[in-house]
Write a protein that binds this ligand. Structure first.
Ligand SMILES: C[S@@+](CC[C@H](N)C(=O)[O-])C[C@H]1O[C@@H](n2cnc3c(N)ncnc32)[C@H](O)[C@@H]1O
Length: 433
C-alpha cells in the first residue's frame, strides 16, 4: 500500500471508532481481516496513524474546525507528525487509493489554524467530563499534563538483574539505540521511529533469553518503591500478567517468597512463561479455584501486600489513547469500588510492621489520595509512610521529590517524571516511627 492509501485506511477506521466505544486494536484487527492485501508493515503503519490521531483527537479537530475522521486525521498529521501543509497535500492527492484532495478550507486551516482560545480539555486532549477531576489533581497544569499524555511513549525495558547488568543488556540492544532511563537504575529506553513504531522486541535475543522485559519506567519505580528485600514474604494481590511480580523477584534476588494472585485466572496465564524466561524461582502462582480461598495460609504473614489496583488507566493514555475517549463516568465509580474492596481485603495478610503498597496507573485523586485517606480513616491500625521514607526504602531517596501535593504517596506523570502516570502509597501496620 502507498502511504496515502494507508492514510485512507486510517480514516476509515477512525470513522468506525467514532460510532462506538470499542477498543481501537479490535477495530484495526477487523479491518486487517477484511483487507487481506494489507501486509503486516501496512497494518503497523495504519495502526500508528490511527493512534496518533486518537492521541490528538480534540486538538486536531479544533485546529481544523471540524471533528470528522478526515479532519482529525489531517490535523493530526500536523499536530502529531509535524507535517507541513504541502506534506499533507501530497498524501491527500485523490489519486489511486489516496484520500480526496484537500479543500481550500482544509488547506487554510492547516496553514493558519491554532489552539489559541481553546479550552483546557482541548489543549490537553482529554474528555471534557474529566476536566474538573484533572484540574483537582493538577490545577493550572491540567492542560499541560494532558498534552504530555497525548505524546507518543518510548519503549521502556527493565533489565532483569537475575541475568544481566544494565550495561550488558544495553550492549546487546545497542543496535536499537537503547539508552539508560533517568530514574530507574534498571531501565533502558528505546525511542519510537518517526513513524511512531517501536522495535520488534520479541525477536531480540536479549528478550528471548530473559535479559529484559518490557515495562514502563513508572511501573519499574512502583515495584522498586515496594522496598522488597531478599527473604521477604510478599503477596502480589493483583498480579495480572506478572509485570510487577517479575520486578519484585529480581529485587529479592530470588530469595524469600512472592505469591502471585489475581481474581481473574486468565490474566495470570502469561506469567508462567515469563517467570521461566526470567529465571525466577521464588514465585508461587496462586490462581483462583472457584469459591475456595487460596490465600488463607498467608493471613498475618506478609511483609508486603502489593495492590496494583484495577483503575481507569488515565496515566497510560500515551500507550492507549483510545482508552481516554472510551472511559465513562460509571467505569470510574466501578474502579473506585474495586479499589476500596481490595484495600479492605489486603488488611488480613499484613503482619505487624508489614505494609500494604497501593499502586495505580491513574492520575485521578479519587483513585489515589482520596482512597488512601478513606482507608486510613477506617483502619486506625495503619499509618501512611511519608514519601521520603517510601523513596528511602526503595533505595531511591531522590524520588521523594515526587511526593504528592495532595497528602500521602508519590505521583509520577509524563510531564513531571517522563514516565506513564503512576501513584504509589505505602501503608504500614502499626505506628510509623
Ligand atoms: C493493573 S492490573 C495488574 C497489572 C500487573 N500487576 C502487572 O504489573 O502487570 C490489575 C489487575 O487486578 C485484577 N483484579 C481486579 N480486581 C481484583 C480483585 N478483587 N482481586 C484480585 N485481583 C483483582 C485484574 O484482573 C487485573 O489483572
Amino acid at each position: 500500500m502507498t502511504p496515502a492509501a494507508q492514510v485512507s485506511a486510517a480514516i476509515e477506521i477512525l470513522e468506525k471508532l467514532a460510532d462506538n466505544r470499542r477498543p481501537a486494536g479490535d477495530v484495526i484487527k477487523e479491518w486487517g481481516l477484511s483487507h487481506r492485501f494489507a501486509g503486516s508493515k501496512d497494518r503497523a503503519a495504519i495502526s500508528s496513524l490511527v493512534f496518533d490521531a486518537l492521541r490528538k483527537r480534540a486538538s486536531s479537530a479544533f485546529v481544523m474546525g471540524e471533528n470528522s475522521a478526515r479532519a482529525v486525521m489531517i490535523g493530526a498529521l500536523r499536530e502529531a507528525r509535524g507535517l507541513s501543509p504541502e506534506g499533507v497535500g501530497l498524501l491527500f492527492s485523490g489519486e489511486g487509493h489516496a484520500p480526496a484532495p484537500l479543500t481550500l478550507q482544509e488547506r487554510e486551516r492547516l496553514e493558519q489554524g491554532t489552539l489559541d482560545g481553546a479550552p483546557a480539555h482541548v489543549r490537553g486532549d482529554y474528555p471534557e467530563w474529566l476536566g474538573e477531576k484533572l484540574e483537582a489533581a493538577f490545577g493550572s497544569e491540567a492542560a499541560a499534563e494532558g498534552a504530555a499524555l497525548s505524546a507518543r511513549a518510548p519503549v521502556d525495558l527493565r533489565v532483569n538483574i537475575i541475568k544481566a547488568s544494565r550495561d550488558q543488556a544495553m550492549a546487546k540492544l545497542a543496535h536499537l539505540g537503547a539508552a539508560p532511563t533517568p530514574l530507574s537504575p534498571f531501565g533502558l529506553r528505546i525511542l519510537p521511529g518517526a513513524d511512531g513504531r517501536g522495535p520488534a522486541l520479541a525477536a531480540e535475543t536479549a528478550f528471548i533469553k530473559g535479559l529484559v522485559e518490557t515495562q514502563d519506567e513508572g511501573s519499574q519505580l512502583a515495584a522498586l518503591l515496594c522496598g522488597a528485600e531478599p527473604g521477604a514474604q510478599i503477596l502480589d494481590l493483583c498480579a495480572g500478567g506478572g509485570g510487577k511480580t517479575l520486578a519484585l523477584a529480581a529485587q529479592t534476588h530470588n530469595r524469600g517468597q512472592i505469591y502471585a494472585f489475581d481474581d481473574d485466572g486468565r490474566r495470570l496465564a502469561p506469567i508462567h512463561e515469563r517467570l521461566e524466561r526470567a529465571g525466577v524461582r521464588n514465585v508461587q502462582v496462586r490462581a483462583p479455584r472457584g469459591k475456595a480461598d487460596v490465600l488463607t495460609d498467608l493471613e498475618g504473614r506478609c511483609d508486603i501486600v502489593l495492590i496494583d489496583a484495577p483503575c481507569t488507566g488515565t496515566g497510560t493514555w500515551r500507550r492507549h489513547p483510545d482508552a481516554k475517549w472510551r472511559l465513562a463516568p460509571g467505569a470510574l465509580e466501578q474502579r473506585q469500588q474495586d479499589q476500596r474492596e481490595l484495600l479492605d481485603q489486603a488488611v488480613r495478610f499484613v503482619k505487624p510492621k508489614g505494609r500494604i503498597v497501593y499502586v495505580t496507573c491513574s492520575l485521578l485523586r479519587e483513585e489515589n489520595e482520596d482512597q488512601i485517606s478513606a482507608f486510613l480513616g477506617a483502619h486506625p491500625a495503619f499509618s501512611a509512610l511519608p514519601a521520603s521514607d517510601v523513596a528511602e526504602k526503595g533505595g531511591l531517596p531522590e524520588l521523594a521529590r515526587f511526593a504528592s501535593p495532595h497528602g500521602v504517596g508519590l505521583r509520577f506523570s509524563p510531564l513531571t517524571s517522563g514516565t506513564d502516570g503512576f501513584f504509589v502509597a505505602a501503608l504500614q501496620k502499626g505506628d510509623v516511627v
